[in-house]
Design a protein around this ligand. Structure first.
Ligand SMILES: Cc1ncc(COP(=O)(O)O)c(C=O)c1O
Length: 224
């Protein structure tokens, strides 16, 4: 295969200059293996990026995708629908744990996380608790590349500069390193470093060790 120029593509979560100086390319996959363009076989121990769990190149999946593309490649999901989407939702509900009885399809983990955050806010609003707008995530967590996912994640301080840059909506995410479990006290989280003024107070200890708090307004919110 002729090697294309690597210049035009901006790669996600990758030091581009270093990668392009010494590329790690994959060109073929089957079952649990990848092959490099030079023909070296590599065990795919993480199923792509945890998203090819059924294995690479499964004939039945290839055929099902090809058959659907031949029948209809796209249908708008706004105000319209197509039968296989409903059939898949029904099939998922059937095997999901009790109580998980509705499905919302997304195109990526990032979109899923941002959608889940919106659903959490909408849920509180629908039950008359619209002031519950604080979202909590784990320090050093990774929740994708959307504004919401970055804000509840704690990867490399990316939420801090983002909060400063946007100045609206998901502001004040700098609390991500500010809340820590006080190991001495089993039922209280205490900030070890100075917290932003609107997140002072205590929080009940849950399973997580660390958390980030994201108040949605500058004025702060009642303590949980
Ligand atoms: C917990 C979690 N949330 C969100 C994402 C983002 O998923 P995607 O890369 O599909 O946007 C990932 C991806 O690894 C993840 O592990």
């Amino acid at each position: 295969m002729a090697m294309p120029s690597l210049e035009s593509l901006w790669m996600p979560f990758t030091p581009n200059r270093q990668f392009k100086a010494k590329p790690r390319l994959l060109s073929r996959a089957k079952g649990v293996y990848y092959w490099t363009p030079e023909g070296r076989q590599i065990l795919d121990a993480v199923a792509g990026l945890w998203c090819v769990n059924a294995g690479h190149g499964r004939t039945e999946i290839t055929q099902a995708v090809a058959a659907q593309l031949e029948t209809m490649d796209y249908a708008p999901p706004f105000q319209m629908g197509h039968p296989p989407a409903f059939a898949l939702a029904n099939a998922l509900v059937k095997i999901a744990p009790k109580g998980l009885d509705h499905v919302f399809f997304t195109n990526s983990g990032s979109e899923s996380v941002d959608t889940a955050l919106k659903i959490a806010l909408a849920y509180q609003r629908a039950r008359g608790e619209g002031t519950r707008t604080r979202l909590i995530g784990r320090e050093r967590g990774y929740h994708g590349v959307g504004f919401g996912g970055i804000s509840v994640g704690g990867a490399a301080g990316s939420n801090v500069w983002l909060a400063k840059a946007t100045g609206s909506l998901l502001i004040r995410t700098e609390a991500s390193r500010g809340w820590r479990v006080d190991e001495e006290s089993l039922d209280v989280w205490q900030p070890k470093t100075s917290p932003p003024s609107n997140t002072e107070g205590t929080m009940r200890r849950r399973e997580c060790k660390t958390a980030s708090a994201i108040p949605f307004s500058e004025r702060g919110h009642p303590e949980p």
